[in-house]
Design a binder for this molecule. Sequence first.
Ligand SMILES: Cc1cc2nc3c(=O)[nH]c(=O)nc-3n(C[C@H](O)[C@H](O)[C@H](O)COP(=O)(O)OP(=O)(O)OC[C@H]3O[C@@H](n4cnc5c(N)ncnc54)[C@H](O)[C@@H]3O)c2cc1C
Length: 278
Amino acid sequence: MSLDAHLDRIAEVKAGMSSAKVAYPIGLRELEVVSTRMLGSGLLRVTLGGEGARGFESHVPEEHVRLIFPDEHGQLRLPERDGLSLRWPRPLPVSREYTVRRYDPAAELLDVDVALHPGGVASDWAVSVEPGTRIYVAGPPGGYVTPEVYARYLFAGDITALPAIARWLEMLPPDIVGWAFVEVADASEEIEMTVPACVQLRWVHRGAVPIGHGDALERALREVRLPAGERTFVWISGEAGVLKPLRRWVRDELGVPPTDRRITGYWKRGVADFDDED
Ligand SMILES: Cc1cc2nc3c(=O)[nH]c(=O)nc-3n(C[C@H](O)[C@H](O)[C@H](O)COP(=O)(O)OP(=O)(O)OC[C@H]3O[C@@H](n4cnc5c(N)ncnc54)[C@H](O)[C@@H]3O)c2cc1C
């Protein structure tokens, strides 16, 4: 595969009729924390930059990177470059996945938005990290490319999905039609974001129920009625258990085919570094 083959493939999928994952050449970069700031009471934006950010690959709304942390002995083990990919040592280094919230190629700055929660390697790091700290970042391994053929878009998720939902809404054409449902604890976790005029944004308040529990998102989503005969793209992420009934609803009740839906467990209660795909 040539260094630019993924760009041709992205263009091909965009010009087609179905969504698909496209692999990129995977980089490993040493970046520097430039700043951190809270977005609402639940998300901490970490802005990364430095020379290592130059030429970062970012092309479509859904891309993620892996932040790599030292292990419990304080030792930082890194993957090695292997052609256009990375070879990871075993046991795997401690790493966590985060959405590329924004990459500004002119300023060479990368934003990741970290949902804060107790007892997480990445969350604890983000809370205490100081500007100037260096961190290795792997990826993005690829992007999820969606042709703009859909009559409607339905986005949903909890606060871990909010960075991706915000990016989808920012990067898709401003005339798209659809819905975005974001489950948060309460109004303090809501954030400002660019929302196309014909997308209804609904903040679903979970209240005292802890994140990853309850059916607030499912109840809100079940109010959606998809017009018959129109193609809808459905994207949902969040806690794996919460997604289970939603997967069934999208597949069996809404009848959305695999090419038009993307439902991904971003985390799982009681499991560190969980990853799951539809
Ligand atoms: C493709 C992809 C993109 C993602 N993008 C983002 C993103 O942009 N922003 C973001 O915040 N997360 C994102 N996530 C989710 C994030 O990777 C996980 O939440 C991750 O487990 C957090 O790492 P941690 O080190 O803080 O916690 P871990 O050490 O992995 O987990 C420790 C404990 O905390 C629990 N836990 C993990 N996450 C949460 C949470 N958010 N709230 C409450 N409990 C939790 C676990 O179940 C476990 O019991 C993404 C995940 C994937 C797969």
